[in-house]
Each structure stands twice: as structure tokens, then as C-alpha cells.
Design a binder for this molecule. Structure first.
Ligand code: ADP
Length: 472
């Protein structure tokens, strides 16, 4: 069932219930009013009859108000009939119990079929009690009540019909902007993703929806553009070394070369191949880190061990690089150094930051500091190198972005994008501060598995190793 039908039905149901309640109340109240009025008439008739009988000795029919099937019977206290207005017709049947219940203050009412009767008590001139039962058929009142019922019922049906049509038109009108939105959204595809929905001047929920959708489109467009530029950058980065290699091979093949010349040419080719492998590995890692986090092999890892491994891997390749790892303050528990994560990805991230620190500094030195905060581990990579120009800082985490100032140094611009993605995958944050000519600091915060509040009374296990890092 669509929203329009549902809204219409709800509307009809609501209005129908309200009108029905109103109709039933009107009918009930009118019925009460008619009954009271007829009782009053019967009462008047009873008293008039008894008074006339007392004063005149008989009851002249023409003096009394005429009522259909009217009948007045006067009983004494013992229930014996003293007078019956119309001897021809059978008396309205009343029980002794009904007569007994009649008091001066409380007349009794009874209804059998369409005939209604009232019993009243009257004290005659000698003070003797007389019980008068006046009955009759309120034909006019009841026929008016029937007519009212018919009017109310047909009015109710008519109102249902009108409310149904009004509800349908109302729902159609209310949902028209939604239908327009659907048409506009359907018209947007990959080829015109720059288009936006018309928001209009209204400040209602649908305008909010259109605005939210436009925001989503902006994000999608950004991702789309980024993906396009990523592919073109990746192709460019792969084509450059291939072109260089082809050029080298062609030049080498132009004439016969000596063994040394071939060796030099092969070394050049090998460098290019290594650079391509690094780039392809970086791209693969980026794809892995950008894929669904559920597929990654998460397990508890010790951050200090990963740092040592990253350090020794870099130093084995580049012995000139100097990487110092030190603890600002020592952890009380070993668990403070443990985070749940993907070991190889985290190691890649640390390697990138260490390598950059050495690569982009005069002295090839980077120092890594580890510190702890409540449930958080902070790693700081500090170098005293070239620094990053302020204008480049917002872009350095974009894939393939390289600062103009460091173009002469080998690299593909993948490392920081990959590092940021890895840290975010581990619910961490990465920040950079840099001053050109003074150096750069990357700060990483990662959540640890350790809850210091639940271990506050524990004896520090690692404090014996204070001042050294070899204990980890
Ligand atoms: P790559 O180092 O391969 O160029 P990255 O993604 O690791 O790629 O770095 C992107 C850019 O950020 C680098 O080209 C460089 O300009 C800048 N950069 C990164 N780290 C540093 C650093 N420690 N000091 C100065 N510049 C840096």
C-alpha cells in the first residue's frame, strides 16, 4: 500500500470516527430529551386527570391533551383500581412492585414496546394517597427520533464520501513534492552527477531531505572525481618508469655494448623495476586497507615490537638512516602497548612515517616517541628535515600528492594516503605539524585494549626497565 492510500485511509478513518462519535452523542442526547419531555407530559396528564376527577367528579375527554393510546388508571394504596380512563381497552399492565415503588418525590417510569408509562403519587383532599399510572405512545417523538437517526446516518455516509475525496486530494497534494523529488533523483546518473535537486524557498522536511540528498551528491561527486584522478595518476605513475625502461632498452640496443655498459644499463632497469614494484605494492596495500575492514586479520599486536621490526627493516635497506625509538613515560602494564589490529598494515604505516622522516631530512634521522594516555597510545614521529609548506599540508594525505619542494626525491605519493587509511581502520587519528626548514612531526593516536581504571591498584611490571627500551 503506498503512502497516499495509507494517508487517505487514515484520514477517512479518523474523521469517520469523530463524526460517528458526534452523531451517536446527538442521537443519544435527543432520545434522552424526548423521553424526559414525554415523561413530563404523562405526569401532567396524570395530575390533571386526578384533579379534574376530584373537582368535577368526572374527566371530560375533550379537556385533556390528546396523546396516542393514552390511558390513565388511578389505584388506591392497596393496588385496587378506582378509575380507568378508557374501560374499553385493556389496562396498561403494572405490577404491585411497580406501584409500591411510587413515592411522592419519586415517580416511576416504565416502557413496554412503544408504550411508556409513569406512576405518580397524589394525596387527595382527605390526605389519602392515590397512585396514578398514565401511559401513552409518543408517536411523534419516536418518529422524529427515527427521522433524526436516518438523517444522521446518511449525513455520516455523505461525510465519509466527502472526507475520502478530500483526503485523497490532500494526500496527493502533500506528496507532490516527494513525487517531484523522485523524478529529479531518477534523472541523476554518473554522467550528470554534478546536478543538484531544487530545494526551493520552503523550510520544511522535504527541503531538508533535498538538501541532505544534495550533500550526499557532493560527497559522491568528490569520491567520483577522486577515483577518476586516482586511476589517471596511477596510470601515469606506472607509465613513467615503463617509458624510461623502454628508452633505456632502445638506447642500449642501438649498438653493441661492453659488459660494464650492459651491467650499468641493467642496474638502471633494476632500479626502475624496484620502484614499480614499490608503487604496485603500495597500491595493493591501499586497496586492501580501503576494502571492507571485516576481511582483515585483526589480532592483538604489541606496538613496540612492530616499531622495532619496522626500524630494522628500513635500516637493513638503508644503513645511513637513523631511527631512534624511545618511551616518553614507561607503561605500567604490558597490555598498555597492545592494540587490536592488522600487524602487516600497521607495520607498513610505521615504516612509511619512519622512511619519510629520514628521506625528507638533511641528517636522515627520525625519532619515534611512545606515550600513553587513558586507553590511548600516542606515537610521535619527529624529524628535523625540510618541512612541508603550509599550502601542501591539507593535501599530503591525498593519493599521489607530492609537494613541489620534494619532487627531486624519489617517491610516488602513496605512503601517507595509505598510512592515514590504516590508522583510521584502527579507529585512530593522524595529525601533522610542520615548519619549513625546521622539521615535521606526525602524531598518531591509537586506542589500546587496556583499561587503566580497572588496573589502578596493580604493581607496575615494567618499571624495572625504566630508562631503557630493550625490555620490550
Ligand atoms: P612519497 O614520500 O612517496 O612522496 P608520501 O605519501 O609518503 O609519498 O608523502 C607525500 C608527500 O608529503 C611527500 O612527497 C612529501 O612532499 C611530503 N612529506 C611526507 N612526509 C614528509 C616529511 N617527513 N617531511 C617533509 N615532507 C614530507
Amino acid at each position: 500500500m503506498n503512502i497516499r492510500t495509507r494517508l487517505t485511509l487514515l484520514f477517512v478513518l479518523l474523521v469517520a470516527s469523530i463524526v460517528l462519535l458526534f452523531t451517536v452523542s446527538v442521537y443519544y442526547l435527543y432520545d434522552q430529551f424526548r423521553e424526559q419531555e414525554f415523561q413530563q407530559r404523562l405526569e401532567e396528564k396524570a395530575f390533571t386527570t386526578v384533579r379534574l376527577r376530584e373537582d368535577v367528579g368526572e374527566v371530560p375527554r375533550a379537556d385533556l391533551p390528546v396523546m396516542t393510546d393514552e390511558q390513565v388508571t388511578i389505584y388506591n394504596k392497596q393496588g385496587l383500581v378506582l378509575y380507568n380512563q378508557d374501560n374499553q381497552r385493556p389496562r396498561f399492565p403494572v405490577t404491585p412492585n411497580f406501584l409500591n415503588k411510587i413515592t411522592l418525590r419519586q415517580p416511576q417510569y416504565i416502557r413496554i414496546g412503544e408504550i411508556e408509562a409513569i406512576g405518580v403519587l397524589h394525596l387527595n383532599s382527605r390526605g389519602a394517597p392515590l397512585l396514578i399510572v398514565a401511559s401513552g405512545n409518543d408517536r411523534y417523538g419516536l418518529s422524529k427520533l427515527d427521522r433524526l437517526r436516518e438523517i444522521l446516518f446518511s449525513g455520516w455516509l455523505l461525510s465519509l464520501f466527502i472526507v475520502g475525496i478530500a483526503g485523497y486530494l490532500f494526500a496527493t497534494d502533500a506528496l507532490r513534492p516527494v513525487a517531484e523529488l523522485i523524478i529529479q533523483v531518477n534523472a541523476i546518473s554518473a554522467t550528470n552527477i554534478h546536478e543538484r535537486l531544487r530545494v526551493g524557498r520552503q523550510r520544511d522536511e522535504l527541503a531538508d531531505l533535498a538538501r541532505t540528498f544534495n550533500d550526499l551528491l557532493i560527497r559522491l561527486e568528490e569520491a567520483f572525481v577522486l577515483q577518476k584522478s586516482f586511476v589517471s595518476h596511477a596510470s601515469h605513475e606506472l607509465r613513467t618508469p615503463l617509458t624510461v625502461m623502454m628508452g633505456q632498452i632502445e638506447v642500449t640496443r642501438l649498438q653493441a655494448r661492453s659488459a660494464e655498459e650492459y651491467e650499468i644499463a641493467f642496474d638502471g632497469l633494476l632500479d626502475e623495476v624496484k620502484s614499480m614494484i614499490r608503487l604496485v605494492n603500495g597500491l595493493l596495500e591501499l586497496a586492501r586497507a580501503s576494502s571492507d575492514a571485516v576481511n582483515l586479520n585483526y589480532q592483538p599486536v604489541r606496538i613496540d615490537e612492530l616499531l622495532w621490526q619496522a626500524q630494522s627493516l628500513i635500516v637493513s635497506k638503508m644503513p645511513d638512516y637513523q631511527i631512534d625509538i624511545d618511551f616518553t613515560d614507561l607503561p605500567n602494564q604490558e597490555e598498555e602497548l597492545v592494540i587490536v589490529g592488522e600487524e602487516s598494515l600497521l607495520q607498513t604505516a610505521f615504516q612509511n612515517l619512519m622512511e619519510n622522516g629520514c628521506k625528507y631530512s638533511f641528517d636522515g634521522c627520525v625519532s619515534v616517541r611512545i606515550s600513553f594516555e587513558r586507553k590511548q597510545l600516542q606515537l610521535t614521529f619527529i624529524d628535523h628535515g625540510y618541512g612541508i609548506p603550509e599550502a601542501d599540508i591539507p593535501h599530503i594525505f591525498e593519493p599521489f600528492y607530492r609537494s613541489d619542494s620534494t619532487m627531486t626525491i624519489n617517491g610516488h605519493g602513496i605512503g601517507l594516503a595509505l598510512t592515514q587509511r590504516i590508522i583510521e581502520l584502527h579507529q585512530g587519528h593522524i595529525k601533522v605539524e610542520s615548519v619549513v626548514g625546521e622539521g615535521t612531526t606526525f602524531r598518531i593516536t591509537l586506542p589500546t585494549t587496556y583499561d587503566s581504571s580497572s588496573h589502578s591498584g596493580d604493581t607496575p611490571e615494567l618499571s624495572e626497565n625504566a630508562g631503557t627500551t630493550s625490555g620490550f
